[in-house]
Design a protein around this ligand. Structure first.
Ligand code: PEP
Ligand code: MG
Length: 563
């Protein structure tokens, strides 16, 4: 059995189809520029028409925004800059077209791979994809076309390019396993949109798997079993059916309320990082957005803090996209491990304990005011809740809220329309704030517990440090007591309490959080339906008793066995 990363959930049993890219042996040759330019022109034409055909096939299975990658490829294949660089080299150095293409491609790929921005780095994969096709066309080699597969298979490859995934026909391509890649690689993202099982990062699979071998792809556990026994085939075929049945059953919950067996209602909402993520939240039955991490807007920006207009457009897009459902937007949480290209933070011994989040915003009120104005202007377009990250004291909340009140008054004076019912709350992610929740809730409209940081700060264990990662213990009674204190603190003053840290979507923790009285659970979109199903099968009253019991336990292990 080989291990990898489960990138798109599901189980499949089929035969191996090995996708191996043609091997090109490109060497430098002296050549007649006129002939080479003609060859190059034909190869470019074929490349464009190949990509158009792939896009056509892909348009049957992929959503419009996923087809955008092919538009980017077409743009590259039609890019006069790429072409003229190759032509120049052919003319100046009198070399063969394949060689010139390879040289220019390698140079462009290494420029993009060296860029700091993760998005730009990923574009290197697109350049590789397009220029490889161009080189194959120049060398007269065919790239295997996955669209022609007509029996059920599991594709085994080093990696899948966007053109490969775009050509997949779901009827026959039952899943794929790749040697490289992570959860956020191109192929992984595509597999999730196509809803076919995928395991990526399976070291050694290309050597071990032979064309036509039977194979089990367990993309729930990230495992690949080559040449399984008959019993294993039976076992996994049954598991695959079970998984599909459950998935269908979950889909039926998409437009349902999140309600326990005995009628206790909660809100299941999504965490997002950009306006584009709204679609996924809605598609998975999200009843709102519980955390929009706005720092991505700032991190994406190239040379300065994003201006009011850019931010306004992004916030408005999310509020409009959510069609009146509640949207919790967090003000800038920068510092710690999150850096900006255009701003240098002062060196600190412990950046996680230093100028981060609201502390930074209260020191740089100009930046804070710009964001608050953008948020307030957008608030006219939906149900907005604003929250401040990393609040440690009541004074910090008051200071932030006072700036918010000033900007609101300013906008109203300027005659700008702002929402009537904007709520202003705070994240509870520092133990001091959890302990003082009943005080904070006199002035804050709501809380959202950020367990990722709350656990880090309670355990004094850096969330980025592997050796102390054993201290990430959401079920430790110490954490549960802080969570309870926060929820009770909110309720004491008639306020609601949500949670947007990873714990909120943890299947084991959901029943306990329900019992502790959490009102809103914010998680990655794909966890929402499962959480709704879990809650629908539980009695709130029973979970209250379990939560009481859990609070009396002494260790995380004891709580786990109770659950
Ligand atoms: C948290 O700390 O739990 C949280 C949701 O914020 P982030 O992970 O962005 O720090
Ligand atoms: Mg946090």
């Amino acid at each position: 059995m080989l291990k990898g990363i489960a990138a798109s959930q599901g189980i499949a049993v089929a035969k191996v189809y090995k996708l191996e890219a043609p091997v090109l042996e490109i060497v430098q040759k002296e050549a007649n520029p006129e002939e080479e330019l003609k060859k190059l022109d034909e190869a470019f034409q074929k490349t464009v028409s190949d990509i158009e055909k792939i896009k056509e096939t892909a348009s049957k299975t992929l959503a419009p925004e996923e087809l955008a990658v092919f538009d980017a490829h077409l743009m590259m294949a039609n890019d006069p800059e790429l072409r003229s660089q190759i032509e120049d080299m052919i003319n100046n150095d009198k070399v063969n077209a394949e060689y010139a293409t390879e040289q220019v491609a390698n140079m462009m790929i290494s420029i993009f791979e060296g860029m700091e921005d993760a998005y730009m780095r990923e574009r290197a994969a697109d350049i590789k994809d397009v220029t490889f096709r161009l080189k194959c066309n120049l060398c007269g080699k065919e790239i295997p076309n996955l669209a022609t597969i007509d029996t059920p298979v599991i594709i085994v490859a080093k990696d899948l390019t966007p053109s490969d995934t775009g050509s997949l026909n779901k009827e026959f391509a039952k899943g794929f396993a790749t040697e490289i890649g992570g959860r956020t690689s191109h192929s992984a993202i595509m597999a999730r949109s196509l809803e076919i099982p995928a395991v990526v990062g399976v070291t050694g699979i290309l050597d071990e798997a032979k064309e036509g071998d039977s194979v089990i792809l367990d993309a729930l556990n990230g495992e690949v079993i080559l040449n399984p026994t008959e019993d294993q085939v039976k076992e996994y075929t049954a598991k695959a059916e079970e998984f599909l049945k459950e998935k269908e059953a979950l889909k039926a919950l998409k437009d349902k309320e999140s309600i326990s067996k005995d009628g206790h209602k909660v809100l299941l909402v999504g965490n997002i990082g950009s306006p584009q993520d709204v679609e996924g939240v809605l598609a998975n039955g999200g009843e709102g957005v519980g955390l929009f991490r706005t720092e991505f807007l700032y991190m994406k920006s190239e040379d300065d803090f994003p201006d009011e207009e850019t931010q306004y457009e992004a916030y408005k897009a999310v509020l409009e996209g959510m069609e009146g459902k509640p949207v919790v937007i967090r003000t800038l949480d920068i510092g710690g491990d999150k850096k900006l290209k255009y701003y240098t933070f002062d060196e600190e011994m412990n950046p996680f304990l230093g100028v981060r989040a609201i502390r930074f915003c209260l020191m740089r009120k100009d930046i804070f005011r710009t964001q608050l104005r953008a948020l307030l202007r957008a608030s006219a377009y939906g149900k907005l809740c604003i929250m401040f990250p990393m609040i440690a004291t009541l004074q910090e909340f008051r200071d932030a809220k006072a700036i918010y009140d000033e900007e609101r008054a300013n906008l109203i004076n300027e005659g700008v329309k702002v929402g009537e019912n904007v709520e202003v709350g705070c994240m509870i992610e520092i133990p001091a704030a959890a302990v003082l929740a009943d005080v904070l809730s006199k002035e804050a409209d709501f809380f959202s517990i950020g367990t990722n940081d709350l656990i880090q700060y309670s355990m004094a264990a850096d969330r980025m440090s592997q050796p102390v990662s054993y201290l990430y213990q959401p079920l430790n009674p110490a954490i549960l007591r802080l969570v309870k204190m926060t929820i009770d603190g909110a309720h004491k003053n008639g306020k609601w309490c949500g949670m947007c840290g990873e714990m909120a979507g943890d299947e084991q923790a959901v029943p306990l959080l329900l019992g502790l009285g959490l009102d809103e659970f914010s998680m990655s979109a794909t966890s929402i339906l499962k959480a709704r199903q879990i809650i629908s099968e539980l009695s709130y009253e029973d979970m209250q008793k379990i939560a009481e019991e859990a609070l009396q336990k002494e260790t995380a292990e004891e709580v786990e066995s109770l659950l």
